[in-house]
Design a protein around this ligand. Structure first.
Ligand SMILES: [Zn+2]
Ligand SMILES: [Zn+2]
Length: 346
C-alpha cells in the first residue's frame, strides 16, 4: 500500500510531502495507523548526512505511537484497536547472543533501524513521519492506557534511552543521580529517575531551565558554567547520566562521582573524548555508554511510565511545520520534544 509521508529527498534538503510503499501485512506483521511521531535529534543528524550517506529519500521518525488496524495470522500479542508503539528498531537476527539476552539493540548482525536501514527482506525501512507503518509484531510495544498518546511517543526513544542506564546502574531510593543536560533526553531522565525514587540533580550549562527541572522532579539544579559547582558537588553522585552530545571535560564530571560511581554517556559527541585514568582509579569509578534498550526492557519502561503517569513534555505540530521544528531543535528552542500529529499527513 502507498501511504502519505514526509521525506528528506537528499542530504540537508528540507523535508517534503511524498508517498512511500508499505509492505503487505505478513503472518507476523502488524499494520499501525500512526497517530503521533516524535522528532528526535537523530532524525536531523541522519537527514543532514552527519552520520554518512543515507538511502534517500528518507522518511525519519522512530518515536511512533498509533493503533493497530490489521494483524497477520500468526500475531497473538497485538490485536486490532490496540494502542501500540514502535521505537528505534524494527528487526534483528533473533539468534545471536545479544538477541537471546534481550539486547536486540546490540544484535551482532546489526539491528534494523526503523528508518534508513535495510530490513531482513532487503527493503529500505521508512520511519514514522507517515500515516501508516507495517512492523514485525515482535518489535511492536504496547502503550498503556494511562499515557496521553502524544506524550507517549518520545518514550520510544528518549524514554528508553534514559530508562535503560537508570535501571542498569540502580537508580532508586538512597541513590544520588545527576542528569547532565535538560533537553529531550535529559527531561525524561529527570522524570524517570525521580519516579524510581532516586535523589535527582540536574547539571545544566545555565540556570535558565531551573524552574522546569525542579517541576519535572529534580531535587537540586546546578549550572556547570559555574566552576564552584564542581567543587561543591565533588564525590557526590552514584550515577551520572550524560545526555549531552557535545565534548565535555570528562575528568571534571568523573570527579563528581562517589567511590564506585558510574558516568554513563547516552549522548554521542562526534569528536573523541579524553580522560585521565587517575579519575577512574582514584575511586574505582566507571565510565560507560548505553544505547536505547531491548524490546522487553522497552515494554517494562512503558509499563512503568503508565503506572507513574509519566509522558514527555511535548509540543504537537502539523507535519507541514517539520522543517521549522528542525531549526528550533538545532537552536535548543523546544520544551522538550516536538511531536508530529499524523492526522495532518492524511
Ligand atoms: Zn531517537
Ligand atoms: Zn542478533
Amino acid at each position: 500500500m502507498r501511504v502519505n509521508a514526509y521525506a528528506a529527498p537528499a542530504a540537508g534538503e528540507p523535508l517534503v510531502p511524498t508517498t512511500v510503499e508499505r509492505r503487505a501485512v505478513g503472518p507476523n506483521d502488524v499494520l499501525i495507523a500512526i497517530e503521533y511521531a516524535g522528532i528526535c535529534h537523530s532524525d536531523i543528524h541522519t537527514v543532514n548526512g552527519d552520520w554518512g550517506p543515507q538511502p534517500f529519500p528518507v522518511v525519519p521518525g522512530h518515536e511512533i505511537v498509533g493503533t493497530v488496524t490489521e494483524v497477520g495470522s500468526d500475531v497473538s500479542r497485538h490485536a486490532v484497536g490496540d494502542r501500540v508503539g514502535v521505537g528505534c528498531m524494527v528487526n534483528s537476527c533473533g539468534e545471536c547472543e545479544s538477541c537471546r539476552n534481550g539486547d536486540e539493540q546490540y544484535c551482532q548482525q546489526g539491528m534494523v533501524p526503523t528508518y534508513a536501514g535495510t530490513d531482513r527482506d532487503g527493503t529500505t525501512t521508512q520511519g514514522g513521519y507517515s500515516t501508516h507503518v507495517v512492523v514485525d509484531a515482535d518489535y511492536v510495544l504496547s502503550v498503556p492506557a494511562g499515557i496521553d498518546p502524544a506524550a507517549a511517543a518520545p518514550l520510544l526513544c528518549a524514554g528508553i534511552t534514559t530508562y535503560a542506564p537508570l535501571r542498569r546502574w540502580g537508580a532508586g531510593p538512597g541513590r544520588r543521580v545527576a542528569v547532565v543536560g535538560l533537553g529531550g533526553l535529559g527531561h525524561m531522565a529527570v522524570k524517570i529517575a525521580h519516579a524510581l525514587g532516586a535523589e535527582v540533580t540536574v547539571l545544566s550549562q545555565s540556570l535558565k531551565k531551573q524552574e522546569d527541572g525542579l517541576r519535572l522532579g529534580a531535587d537540586t539544579y546546578f549550572a556547570t558554567s559555574d566552576p564552584s559547582t564542581f567543587e561543591h558537588l565533588a564525590g557526590r553522585f552514584d550515577l551520572i547520566v550524560n545526555t549531552v552530545s557535545a565534548v565535555i571535560d570528562v575528568d571534571a564530571y568523573l570527579g563528581l562521582l562517589a567511590v564506585d560511581g558510574t558516568l554513563v554517556n547516552v549522548g554521542a559527541p562526534a569528536e573523541p573524548l579524553s580522560l585521565n585514568a587517575m579519575s577512574l582509579i582514584s575511586a574505582r569509578r566507571s565510565y560507560a555508554g548505553s544505547m536505547i534498550g531491548g524490546i522487553a526492557l522497552t515494554q517494562e519502561m512503558l509499563d512503568f511510565c503508565g503506572e507513574h503517569g509519566i509522558g514527555a513534555e511535548v509540543e504537537v505540530i502539523d507535519a507541514a511545520q517539520v522543517n521549522e521544528a528542525y531549526e528550533r531543535v538545532l537552536a535548543s528552542d523546544v520544551r522538550y520534544r516536538f511531536v508530529i500529529d499524523a492526522a495532518t499527513l492524511a
